[in-house]
Design a protein around this ligand. Structure first.
Ligand SMILES: Nc1ncnc2c1ncn2[C@@H]1O[C@H](COP(=O)(O)OP(=O)(O)OP(=O)(O)O)[C@@H](O)[C@H]1O
Ligand SMILES: [Mg+2]
Length: 384
């Protein structure tokens, strides 16, 4: 529950309605006396107008809440600093963007099982940012997403996540689709692999406007020789922020038929957000059991449909099928494709050529696309 401290009762009521619509429960205080002395359900406090610094300190220290100052004006940096000194943790524009403010929420119920959603929201903000910079991402209006967003992920490195992303993109382009691959892995090598200069990178999506025309969006991507668009990795060592990933998915989601997210292995924040926002999650692993460790818990955090790909399989069909059945049972998700070790593909990559699957591999990838039922989204195309 959020505490809204506003001396103006009319505005406070309006803010209550606004916040409740977004699923936030609200308690209003229009006078000092209305602020509780203890408050177990409290998650966050929003202040509007002039409040006594002692009150702000009380909310902060006694109630243990983060204190956000909500302003209708644009603040100069000195004013911002002044508010910080009065005890405010951060400044947000009015009306507050719930998505951003949530980052300051105190965790009240820690007994909930870990889900991707909780991981994202539990990342409580501890440092402030001038709100000019922190302008959070909010889609301008609930626009229907056109793209099917596929998050290719896994807990281990080198299992073939990037290869899978590329093979999927190749296969979908061949079906005449507008495909975008976004490299969310800060240690990825897609630009290298396709010999394109990283003249634009994923970092741009941190600051791009909420609405772009198709040509404007295309200026922020690179066309690969394979015919699909690439958004190469950025320069931040920990990858894109939550907002950056959400903005990228939103913008590309309006443009493409499919957006494939190539992620870094494991719980990097950008991977977590990608898994949360995607329509399908593809967990890649090899037949080597050491690549399965923690895969179950990792993939089960997702609330999206999850499929497995068993990659680089060297075993004969019967053995491969047995491994696949075992994997399926262990991890609890369907194995949507068994992709064999593809020597041609491997040799090409070693020679510095772009990954191209053999006929057999590509046949598996086409089957995989069917299983993910991505084609059913075709109705969502340009005319929609
Ligand atoms: N089915 C396959 N047959 C042969 N080689 C493969 C296959 N899948 C992937 N590879 C090779 O395995 C290596 C690792 O693949 P890739 O880079 O796709 O893995 P990754 O999971 O994205 O790794 P990272 O975690 O480092 O991003 C590459 O050399 C790639 O060419
Ligand atoms: Mg990779």
């Amino acid at each position: 529950m959020w505490l809204v401290c506003d001396h103006d009762p009319v505005r406070a009521e309006r803010l209550r309605k606004y916040l409740e619509k977004q699923g936030v429960q609200v308690k209003i205080a229009t006078k000092e006396e209305e602020i509780p002395n203890t408050w177990a359900e409290g998650k966050l406090a929003l202040f509007l107008g002039g409040w006594n610094p002692a009150t702000v300190q009380h909310v902060k220290n006694t109630l243990g809440l983060s204190t956000l100052y909500c302003t209708l004006d644009t603040l100069a940096p000195e004013q911002f600093e002044g508010l910080r000194q009065q005890g405010y943790d951060d400044v947000v524009p009015y009306p507050p963007a719930v998505e951003y403010a949530r980052r300051w929420e105190r965790e009240v119920n820690t007994e909930n099982p870990t889900t991707l959603a909780s991981l994202v929201s539990q990342r409580r903000k501890t440092t402030y940012t001038a709100y000019v910079e922190s302008k959070p991402f909010q889609p301008p209006a609930p626009t229907p997403r056109r793209a099917t967003v596929i998050c290719v992920t896994g807990v281990k490195g080198g299992v073939g996540k990037t290869t899978m992303a590329v093979l999927l993109a190749n296969a979908m382009v061949a079906r005449g689709k507008r495909i975008v691959v976004a490299e969310l892995d800060p240690y990825g090598n897609l630009a290298n692999l396709f010999r394109v200069e990283r003249t634009v990178t994923a970092d741009r999506f941190e600051t791009l406007p909420d609405v772009l025309t198709d040509p404007e969006l295309e200026q922020n991507m690179l066309r690969t020789p394979a015919g699909w668009w690439l958004i190469p990795k950025g320069d931040r060592p920990l990858g894109l922020s939550k907002d950056g990933v959400a903005r990228l998915i939103h913008l590309v989601g309006l443009y493409a038929d499919a957006l494939i997210l190539d992620t870094h292995a494991g719980h990097l924040m950008s991977t977590v957000v990608a898994m949360r926002e995607a329509d399908r999650v593809l967990g890649v692993t090899t037949a080597d059991r050491t690549t399965w460790t923690d895969l179950r818990a990792f993939l089960h955090m997702s609330e999206r449909p999850v499929y497995l790909v068993l990659n680089r399989v060297r075993e004969r069909p019967r053995k491969a099928a047995a491994i696949s059945a075992f994997l399926q049972k262990e991890i609890g998700f369907r194995v949507a494709a068994i992709v064999h070790e593809d020597d041609t593909l491997y040799q090409r990559v070693q020679q510095g050529l772009t990954p191209l699957g053999s006929r057999k591999t590509n046949a598996r990838i086409h089957q995989l696309i069917q299983t993910l039922s991505i084609s059913t989204k075709e109705a969502k195309s340009h005319e929609a």
